[in-house]
Design a protein around this ligand. Structure first.
Ligand code: TTP
Ligand code: MG
Length: 358
């Protein structure tokens, strides 16, 4: 049974938000990014793209290409708000939502809350609602898998709606340049071209055996997409909302020091993850399971993302001291961190070329 997948992608997202909020920017070439010597653009309005201005381009270079360019600093808080608004609209139709970034998401609407039979109608409604709610345009792609839905959303940008039916898919796939295939990056694309594979049509000529010999496991996936097959599910759990560690004591304990020591071990574990992933959070939660199995959760939030271990430890200890009760032996302690910044772009302070395309 064919799935119904929609890919939604906001148009020139950050730049459109700036043009919406500051009328003097409308109709003008606008870049959003760093103004300093080493600054880089996160995106550019369509007016600026005509001059060849692109995401991840150093601001000085963009100004060379387009001297009229107005560069404004990003306001991530506002983009996050818009992102929350569009996700709320998605949730009117399905819970199977996989956000790829603030402005992009897959929706599986095979079954949907409104029992609408045509995904195209849903896509049209979602676009309309996004415009009504945010004043911004989005492009939608509709197809029977993720790969083709994403290709489709790009076809009629901006404000586009494009459908790739199973019937239309082969011709479209044939015409696609090799680097447009999901999972084929610059290096793989180059390798493919060297073997004479430039388009989807060329890729289709290659056998499964040839592809796996040259590209390992990925070869199997390439073979699939060349034939319009992509079974990746829309994964609604892809965004981690929190990170935590917990541990049960060998024996229930009411001892302050023993609990404190355990808490610090758990805090370090959580912090290791934070450091490794460079994902930061604002809310610390202490979980205590008492000897009678009753559970208590206590949280504290910091107004800014917690960037150093001492601050994190400080909040954890504060929570612990406030909830410690020597008359209630404890069975398990846990410490968690949430309100993570993994759906917001990285810190803008010293941005060089660390923004990745996507
Ligand atoms: P994209 O959807 O890739 O780009 P876009 O929305 O600006 O333009 P399009 O109409 O082609 O979809 O990215 C969404 C936002 O993510 C973009 O507005 C800014 C941010 N971004 C970066 O910060 N760095 C980057 O390198 C890219 C590509 C995007
Ligand atoms: Mg976009």
């Amino acid at each position: 049974m064919d799935r119904k997948i929609i890919h939604i992608d906001m148009d020139a997202f950050y730049a459109s938000v700036e043009q919406r909020d500051f009328s003097e920017l409308r109709g003008k070439p606008v870049g959003v990014g760093g103004l300093s010597g080493r600054g880089v653009l996160t995106t550019a309005s369509y007016e600026a793209r005509k001059f060849g201005v692109r995401s991840a381009m150093p601001t000085w270079m963009a100004k060379q290409k387009c001297p009229e360019l107005i560069v404004v600093r990003p306001r991530f808080g506002v983009y996050k708000e818009v992102s929350d608004q569009i996700r709320e609209i998605f949730r009117e139709y399905t819970h199977l939502i996989e956000p790829l970034s603030l402005d992009e998401a897959y929706l599986d609407v095979t079954e949907n809350f409104k029992n609408m039979p045509f995904a195209t109608d849903i896509a049209r409604e979602v676009k309309l609602k996004i415009f009504e709610k945010t004043g911004l345009t989005a492009s939608a792609g509709v197809s029977f898998n993720k790969f083709l839905a994403k290709i489709a959303s790009d076809f009629n940008k901006p404000d586009g709606l494009f459908v790739i039916t199973p019937k239309k898919a082969p011709l479209i796939i044939d015409s696609l340049p090799i680097e447009r295939f999901h999972g084929i990056g610059k290096v793989t694309a180059e390798k493919m071209r060297q073997s004479g594979v430039h388009t989807g049509a060329d890729l289709k000529q290659k056998s499964l055996e040839w592809l796996t010999t040259h590209f390992g496991k990925a070869g199997k996936y390439y073979f699939g997409v060349a034939h319009g097959e992509d079974n990746r599910p829309v994964d609604a759990s892809s965004i981690r909302k929190s990170v935590s560690a917990e541990d049960t004591f060998d024996k229930d304990t009411a001892d302050f020091e023993e609990q404190e020591t355990q808490l610090l071990i758990l805090a370090e574990k959580v912090w290791e993850w934070v450091e490794k992933k460079q994902i930061f959070g604002r809310t610390v939660t202490l979980k205590v399971k008492f000897h009678d199995f009753s559970i208590m959760n206590r949280s504290k939030s910091s107004p800014a993302y917690i960037k150093d271990y001492d601050s994190f430890k400080g909040l954890a200890l504060e929570l612990f001291k406030q909830s410690f009760d020597s008359s209630r032996p404890v069975r398990l302690l846990g410490i968690g961190l949430s309100n993570l910044n993994n759906t917001t772009p990285p810190d803008f302070g010293q941005m060089q070329l660390e923004f990745e395309g996507g």
